[in-house]
Design a protein around this ligand. Structure first.
Ligand SMILES: *Cc1c(COP(=O)(O)O)cnc(C)c1O
Length: 389
């Protein structure tokens, strides 16, 4: 059997929606985007939403809109996808890494507090694997002028104590990349309650231009535009935005399926040496990924075994501080990130998506049960313990 890492749920009828945009004659960001942006405001309870071409471009546009750049520091967790740190570098600021908590793998708020300097302009907490960071607690740990930009790439559906991304921070950014819970192939969105940030963002997603394509011919006459601040090119075209509308109406159904599958994995792996992150009380996880931790440096062997059996397991993630670009930075000391380092050397993600069948999941579980677990050494079992179920 082959079990892919991910299978999208876009219906074949999506092609009709794209055809409608082509026939309309207007291909870039227009009314179809506006409609989805209204949906996003309703879902997240925010006053502003902006669709972007990716999480990455959305984040660059947000940092530019906040005037964050050379001389500034932005605190990011070491355990995340590399984009979280790259965007800080791209605007000329310095990413300052902090370690994560061992049980949740979420940014350690005490360490964030200790990493703040007079140059700190923002923190980018990451809702890793779908579990939200406690944003109100993070807020209390920071000077009020330090911005909180949520990396909600894994957390479209997640909540903590009933609060959603974007409600208690300066902005939250989503990804609609091909394998994310909500997808249009490539895309993203920013939600915020900050009117000034939203107004600046409208410009920084479009080169810094004061008028978007849809406005430049408003009233049938060409309007001049100005550029007062540097922007990037981050807008999403209507061609892709149409793929999102129906998905946003049905996120809850797909989340229920993800949750059921994730619990099935958890129940089956309980009491084995394979560790999983703890989901804290009050949290509804978006269950974006299902990561496990393999003890005793045996992850790569387990990965190979799964891949050889046709199972699309991947690594999300090795500590960003281990990647050459950052490891060779004299400011980055690997011993400062023991939790991210250990998790990153032992973790792998199992297939998890709404159309995964129980038969496919049983196949994955049986490979783990009969080929992987019996071969893990007892020495490795002793070493883990802490984060094991
Ligand atoms: C996918 C991802 C991103 C980047 O998203 P893109 O839309 O591909 O730019 C950023 N952060 C995290 C945690 C991600 O998983």
């Amino acid at each position: 059997m082959r079990v892919p890492f991910y299978r999208h749920s876009l219906p074949a009828s999506s092609a009709t929606l794209v055809a409608e945009v082509i026939e309309s004659g207007f291909l870039t960001s227009g009314q179809r985007c506006s409609r989805v942006e209204e949906q996003l405001c309703a879902i997240f309870g925010t006053s502003h939403a902006k669709l972007t071409s990716s999480w990455t471009q959305g984040a660059v546009a947000v940092l530019l809109a906040l005037g964050i750049g050379p001389g500034d520091e932005v605190i990011v967790p070491a355990m995340t996808f590399v984009a979280t740190a790259n965007v800080v570098k791209q605007v000329g600021a310095r990413p300052v890494f902090v370690d994560v908590e061992p049980s949740t793998l979420l940014i350690d708020i005490a360490l964030v507090k200790a990493a703040v300097t007079p140059r700190t302009r923002a923190v980018i907490p990451v809702h890793l694997y779908g579990q939200m960071v406690d944003i109100p607690t993070l807020r209390q740990a920071l000077r009020p002028e330090i911005r909180i930009i949520e990396d909600a790439a894994h957390c479209f559906e997640g909540t903590r104590n009933g609060r959603r991304p974007g409600q208690d921070s300066d902005a939250a950014i989503f990804s609609f990349y091909a394998t994310k819970n909500v997808t249009c192939g490539e895309g993203g969105a920013v939600v915020t309650n900050d009117g000034e940030l939203a107004a600046n963002l409208k410009e920084t997603v479009l080169h810094g231009m004061s008028a978007a394509a849809a406005q430049r011919f408003s009233g049938g006459r060409y309007q001049h535009w100005d550029v007062a601040r540097l922007g990037t090119k981050a807008n999403l075209p209507d061609l892709l935005a149409v793929l999102l509308e129906a998905q946003l109406d049905t996120v809850d159904e797909r989340l229920a399926r993800r949750e059921a599958l994730a619990q099935r994995y958890e129940d089956s792996l309980a009491g084995t040496p394979l560790g999983v992150p703890t989901i804290e009380p009050g949290v509804v996880s978006a269950r974006h990924l299902f990561p496990i931790h393999v003890p005793g440096g045996q992850r790569d062997w387990v990965m190979r075994t799964l891949n050889d059996q046709g199972i699309g397991a991947t690594v999300n993630y090795r500590s960003v501080t281990e990647l050459s670009l950052y490891r060779n930075d004299p400011a980055v000391q690997r011993h400062d990130f023991p939790v991210s380092l250990d998790w990153g050397e032992g973790t792998l993600c199992l297939p998890l998506f709404p159309t995964l069948t129980e038969e496919e999941q049983d196949y994955v579980l049986n490979v783990l049960r009969y080929e992987v677990i019996p071969s893990l050494t007892s020495h490795a079992i002793e070493e883990r313990g802490v984060a094991a179920l």
